[in-house]
Design a binder for this molecule. Structure first.
Ligand SMILES: Cc1ncc(COP(=O)(O)O)c(C=O)c1O
Length: 397
C-alpha cells in the first residue's frame, strides 16, 4: 500500500499554500535542495573535472533514464534524459519519419501542446520533402488514421482539459495502417499508469518538471522502442550520442541504442535535483496514485459544480477519460485565478478561458481539496476577482 502520509512529508509546500499546479511545475522535494547542495560542494567543488568519472556524471542520463523508465513501463536501457522536451520531440519525430520513408503526412490534433506542433512545422520545413502536418480535433484522430500517415504524433493528456487519449488503441490502429507513433507523456509520467512497451509506442518523450518534480527547467526524457533502438538515426548528432565521444573522430557514428539520443553535455546539477525527486516514487504504486487522484478530482468537480454554477467543466467528467488535472471555463478565468493565487490557492490559467487545477495525491489530500473549493466559492460567488490588479496579464500565466 502506498503511504501517502509519507510522500506528503517529502515535499515542501509553503505555509498557507494549497498547491494545485503540479501539472505545470511540481513542488520542491525537500531532499533535492540538500542533494544539489552536496553535489555542488562535494562533487563539483572537490572532484572538479574528475566528477565525470568519479561521481558518475557521464552515465547519469542513462541511470536516471532507467528510473523514469520504471514509471512509464519502459524496459532498462530504453530511456535517456537530457535537453528540453521540445528538443526530444524533434529527435523522436525526425527519427520516426526516416523509419517510414515512403509517406508524407504527420497526423496530430489541436489538443497537442503548441510547441510540439511548432517543432514539427520547423522540422518539416527544413526537410523540404513535401511533408504535411495534418491537425484534426482530438475526437477525429482515430478516423483520420489511414495509409497516408507516416507518423501519428500526440500528447496523451490534453494540457488544457486533461482529456486522455487511448495510447494503446490509437497505436494499434496506427500500426495496422503502417504508421509509427510518437507520444508526448508530459502530463502522463508520474500522473497516471503508463505502459509504453505494452502499448507498443514507437517513441515517447516527456518532461520531468511536472509530476516528476525535477524542478524548473529539469531535463526531458526520450524512449525509443527496442525494435527501433539500433535503427533510429539521431537527427541531432551531437558528440554525446557518438559511439566514442572521447575518440574525437571527425565523423559521426551513432552510439548504441538509446545512447544515440544524447546530444551534448548533460545538465549535471539539474539531474542531481531530479535524481533526489525520483526517490519519492520508491514504494509508490502508480495504480494507487491513479485511484487517489481520480477520487480527489471527482470530489473537486462535485463540490465546485454544486457551489459555483458560473463555472463550466471543461474536462471529461469520467475520471478514466481524464489525466490528473481538472479545468473549468469562465470568461474571467484569468482574473479568477489571480484572485485565487493571492489567497494561496495556486493553479494556473490557459487561454482563452480555462482555469486549471492538478491533483497529485503524493502531496495533496481531501483537506486541501475542500479548502481550495471554499476559496474558489468565495472568489467566484462574491466576485472577489473583479478588480484591476487581477486582470493585469503576467508573462507566464
Ligand atoms: C505536452 C507538452 N509538450 C511539450 C512541452 C514543451 O516542453 P519544454 O518547454 O520543456 O521544451 C510542454 C511544456 O509544458 C508540454 O506540456
Amino acid at each position: 500500500m502506498t503511504d501517502f502520509k509519507r510522500t506528503q512529508s517529502l515535499f515542501y509546500i509553503p505555509d498557507g499554500v494549497i498547491y494545485l499546479d503540479g501539472n505545470s511545475l511540481g513542488p520542491l522535494p525537500i531532499a533535492a535542495a540538500d542533494r544539489v547542495h552536496r553535489m555542488m560542494s562535494e562533487q563539483w567543488g572537490n572532484e572538479l573535472i574528475r566528477g565525470w568519472n568519479s561521481a558518475g556524471w557521464m552515465v547519469q542520463p542513462r541511470r536516471i533514464g532507467d528510473r523514469v523508465g520504471r514509471l512509464i513501463g519502459a524496459p532498462e536501457g530504453t530511456v535517456v534524459i537530457g535537453d528540453t522536451l521540445s528538443i526530444k520531440v524533434y529527435q523522436a519525430l525526425a527519427a520516426a519519419l526516416e523509419l517510414n520513408p515512403d509517406r508524407r503526412v504527420i497526423l496530430s490534433d489541436n489538443g497537442n501542446f503548441p510547441s510540439d506542433l511548432y517543432i514539427a512545422e520547423g522540422l518539416l520545413k527544413s526537410l523540404d520533402r513535401g511533408y504535411m502536418l495534418k491537425i484534426v480535433a482530438p475526437e477525429a484522430v482515430e478516423d483520420a488514421i489511414d495509409e497516408t500517415i507516416a507518423v501519428l504524433m500526440l500528447t496523451e493528456v490534453d494540457y488544457r482539459t486533461g482529456r486522455l487519449h487511448d495510447m494503446a488503441a490509437l497505436t494499434r490502429k496506427a500500426h495496422a495502417a503502417g504508421a509509427l507513433t510518437v507520444w508526448d507523456l508530459a502530463h502522463s509520467a508520474g500522473a497516471i499508469p503508463v505502459d509504453v512497451l505494452g502499448a507498443k509506442a514507437d517513441f515517447a518523450v516527456g518532461c520531468t518538471y511536472k509530476y516528476l518534480n525535477g524542478g524548473p527547467g529539469a531535463p526531458a526524457f526520450i524512449y525509443v522502442a527496442p525494435e527501433h533502438a539500433e535503427m533510429a538515426r539521431p537527427a541531432l548528432s551531437g558528440w554525446m550520442g557518438h559511439q566514442a565521444p572521447f575518440a574525437f573522430d571527425l565523423d559521426y557514428r551513432a552510439g548504441s541504442g538509446i545512447e544515440r539520443m544524447r546530444v551534448g553535455t548533460p545538465p549535471v546539477i539539474a539531474m542531481a535535483a531530479l535524481d533526489a525527486a525520483l526517490d519519492a516514487w520508491e514504494g509508490v504504486d502508480m495504480h494507487e496514485v491513479r485511484k487517489a487522484s481520480i477520487a480527489l478530482a471527482d470530489l473537486f468537480i462535485r463540490e465546485v459544480e454544486a457551489r459555483c454554477p458560473e463555472l463550466t467543466l471543461a474536462s471529461p467528467r469520467d475520471g478514466n477519460k481524464r489525466g490528473s488535472q481538472v479545468s473549468f471555463r469562465h470568461a474571467n478565468g484569468y482574473a479568477i485565478m489571480q484572485a485565487l493565487i493571492s489567497r494561496g490557492v495556486i493553479g494556473d490559467f490557459r487561454a482563452p478561458d480555462a482555469i486549471r487545477f492538478g491533483f497529485t495525491p503524493l502531496y495533496i489530500g481531501e483537506t486541501e481539496v475542500r479548502a481550495a473549493v471554499d476559496a474558489i466559492e468565495d472568489v467566484v460567488v462574491n466576485r472577489r476577482w473583479d478588480s484591476a490588479e487581477y486582470r493585469k496579464m503576467a508573462l507566464v500565466t
